[in-house]
Structure formats: C-alpha cells, structure tokens
Design a protein around this ligand. Structure first.
Ligand SMILES: [Zn+2]
Length: 452
C-alpha cells in the first residue's frame, strides 16, 4: 500500500495499558473457585471491560454465549463468513495460600514497569492487548477488511463449555474462521540450546490428552505371608512397563520447520547441527527423545504416573490398588491407538484400564499459507529482532474447539515470556512487562490492519 503509511506507524496508542490490566487482575475470576466465590467476579469483569474499552462496546456487537462466553463481532468492509477470530480467556487458576508472592496476587501491583498478579500472562495480559488494539484502531475509525471476532471464555482453566459453545455457534451459522489465534506460544529468548536471539514460538498444533486409571484386585490377608503378586505390585509393574519407550519417537513437520528456521538465525557449529537435524527428522526424533524433558515431549507421546493408592494398613495386604496415568498424545496419533498400545505394553489382563478423560491431538496447521505469513509480518512489526518459528504445544487450549472445522488455528500470545516468567504461569509472581504489552498491542494492530 504505497499511498499512505500504515496506521501501525502513525497511530498514537492510548496510554495506560498497564493500569487497565492491573484493574483486570484485581477482579478474582478464579473459575475453579466458582462455587465458593459465586458468579459476581465474572459479571464484574464483563462490566469492567465495558468501562475500559468504550469504543469496542460501541462499535462491536457483544453476544453472551453460555454464562461465561463473550463473543464480540466487528463487521468488516466486505461481507464474508471467513473471519479472523482472536481468542483469550478471562478466568485464572487459583493461588496456593502457602505460596510466597512478592505482592498479593490479586492486588494488581505495578512496579518498575511491570504488572504483577495472577493472570498477568495467563491470560488477561493477552486478552488486554487484543482489546487495546481494537480500541486504538476504532479511535481512528478504522474498518477491517474482513469480520473480526473476539472470543473470550471464562472457564478455560476448568475445561468449561464457553469456548466450545462459541465454536459450535459459529459453525452452526456457517462461519469458518480464516484464522484463529489463541494463547499457547509467546516471544521467548533462545528457545533451543543453540539458537540465537528471540523467537516468536507459534503453536501450530497441540497434543492430545488421555488420563487412565489402572487398577488391580488382590486377595488381601496378612502381610506376613504375601503371595508373589499383590494388587500394589501388579499396578507398580504396569506403571514400570509404561516407560519412555512405550511410544515411538517421530518428528512432526512443524518441528522440522522450527529447526530449519532456527538454523537461519544461528552461526557456526550450532548452525550446522540445526541444519543437519532439520534435514533428518529420524535423527531429530532420536536425539530429542534421548534429551528427555521438553525436547522428548515434542517428538513422542509422554506417560506420567500422577497418583497412586491402595492398602489400608501397614501390615495388611491390599485387596485393591490403583494408579492414575496422564498421557499427552503426539500429533498424528489417536486416543484409540494410544489405548491399544498401553494395554499391549502392560500385558496383564488382571490390570483394568479405565479411561477418565480423553481428547484427540489437533491436526497441524500449515506454515506455508497467507495466515502464517500475516502472523510473521505482525511479529516483524512488533518484535523486529524475533524470528517466527512454528512448534507444538503440550497443553490444551480453547482453540481445540475450532481446529475440527477451521484449518488455520495458531496458538501464540505476542508477549515476552522469559523462562522465569513462564514458570510463574500457574505459579508464583506471575508478571508481564508494560513494554511488552505495548508491543503486543502493536502486533494485533498490524495483524488486523493487514487483513485482506
Ligand atoms: Zn491460559
């Protein structure tokens, strides 16, 4: 567009983003404590948004879908049923009373250019920068090229229905999003051991979840004359058999692409190494699986035994024992296939395997399309030093309700998250830098402005 400078370069954003986020943090929208706190914080939050973003509420329609889903629609210049959907959630996880926060988690404290409090990163900060961008664009009477929807859920952290219902509603109306953007990745520093500089990690897929209960029964009796296999031993043996080698390691295409893009930003020997890995997915799978932890989780289904129980007294044989196992299913695999493999691996018909919860892994969104190019352009405008890199996220997001009918779903919040900050999510001293909120606003402004 040679005739005029983009608004992203000339528009003066409204000051006070940090203070507005701090006010959002002060409303304790803890979805897991809904019963104890009641719905008031959620209603107060919805009212606060209307106060903080008057133009958004004047120019966009707002629909309440279920008690906790907010769906804003900003009509575009051309009628189209292929909108941009920007997602976030306004509920937060509880605070552990025994944790030692520097500032009280719901005080919304601003200190040295940082906003502290529960939800600063997950996910009120990302929600705020979406609204800031829309408000700023409306202040200069901007109209997006296509419809823009803002989809905000109030029970993401409790796997609630708000986002699922929003997705269902849109689908029933024949709306297939052109691009869906939700939480997941962020701007991180040196995401790989050898890569240099900042990277915008964009989640192009998310792993599935499978939670199982393994249980076994025994004869009970006195512990002084035990049989070979008690119920506890049987369950322990089953868990032992579900070791890291239970599932094959395979490199998703997104990770190969991540390596090749990271190689472009590396030098010397690390660059050679990254390039080698990028051209040999089988090698990457082996190396990452060997590394364990996060690298291994990128290339295979993981298994973690999380809870165990059985027995009633120190000298009594347990008549019953069980363990809970949490699996994260790799892209390209299925819940059914994973379950089959678990049973085969345990190889013990007396261990009962029950499914407690399951969700399929997402498909992988492409990186060679206009949508990914647009995200890359918006990153360049807001974080010029960061390269845009696809990857796979381990956690589940609300966007999973869209990927079944929308092919371009990406998980990325345009905020800087250091390792320490990432640890503060669902943890202690969650915080975001105001300078990063300002860049996040710029990201969304550019994204909306450059829609075609
Ligand atoms: Zn979240």
């Amino acid at each position: 567009m040679p005739e005029s400078k983009p608004l992203t370069e000339t528009l003066e954003p409204r000051a006070g983003v940090g203070e507005r986020l701090a006010r959002m943090i002060r409303v304790p929208t803890v979805s897991a404590e809904l019963d104890a706190r009641g719905p008031e914080p959620f209603e107060a939050f919805v009212a606060l948004l209307a106060e903080l973003y008057p133009l958004v509420h004047e120019h966009l329609s707002l629909e309440r879908i279920t008690d906790f889903g907010l769906l804003f629609r900003w009509p575009g210049a051309a009628a189209s049923d292929r909108p941009l959907v920007l997602m976030a959630h306004y509920d937060v996880v509880p605070v552990d009373e025994s944790d030692d926060w520097t500032y009280p988690p719901f005080e919304g404290r601003i200190e040295d250019g940082w906003v502290y409090g529960r939800g600063a990163l997950d996910d009120k900060g990302p929600l705020a920068v979406v609204l800031e961008a829309v408000e700023n664009l409306l202040s200069v009477a901007f109209t997006p090229a296509r419809d823009v929807y803002l989809s905000f859920g109030g029970n993401e952290e409790t796997y609630g229905a708000a986002a699922a219902e929003i997705a269902t509603t849109m689908r029933e109306r024949g709306i297939v999003p052109w691009l869906v953007l939700d939480e997941g990745g962020a701007i991180v520093d040196a995401p790989l051991p050898f890569a240099l500089g900042d990277a915008a990690m964009v989640g192009v897929g998310e792993k599935g979840v499978l939670t199982l209960r393994l249980s076994a029964r025994g004869d009970g009796g006195h512990a002084s004359a035990p049989p070979q296999l008690t119920a506890v031993r049987r369950v322990a043996r089953a868990i032992d058999r579900l070791d890291a080698r239970t599932f094959p390691a395979r490199t998703p295409p997104a990770i190969t692409r991540m390596l090749s893009l990271s190689a472009d930003h590396a030098e010397g020997a690390p660059q050679v190494l990254l390039r080698t890995l990028a051209t040999a997915p089988w090698l990457t799978a082996r190396v990452f699986a060997r590394m364990g932890g996060e690298p291994a989780a990128l290339v295979r289904t993981t298994v973690a035994a999380t809870m165990q129980q059985g027995g009633t007294a120190a000298n009594v044989l347990p008549s019953q024992a069980s363990a809970t196992v949490n699996l994260r299913i790799a892209l390209g695999e299925t819940v059914a296939g994973t379950l089959r493999r678990v049973r085969k691996r345990i190889a013990d018909p007396l261990v009962e395997v029950a499914v407690l919860e399951s969700s399929e892994p997402s498909p992988e969104s492409p990186t060679d399309n206009a949508q990914f190019a647009l995200i890359t352009e918006a990153v360049q405008a807001s974080y010029p030093d960061a390269s845009t890199v696809p990857y796979v996220i381990m956690a589940a997001t609300d966007s999973r309700h869209f990927h079944r009918f929308s092919p371009a779903v990406y998980r990325f919040a345009p905020l800087e998250m250091s390792n320490a900050q990432r640890a503060s999510i669902h943890g202690v001293d969650e915080r975001v830098e105001i300078a990063s909120l300002e860049r996040g606003e710029l990201f969304h402004r550019r994204l909306i402005e450059r829609l075609m």
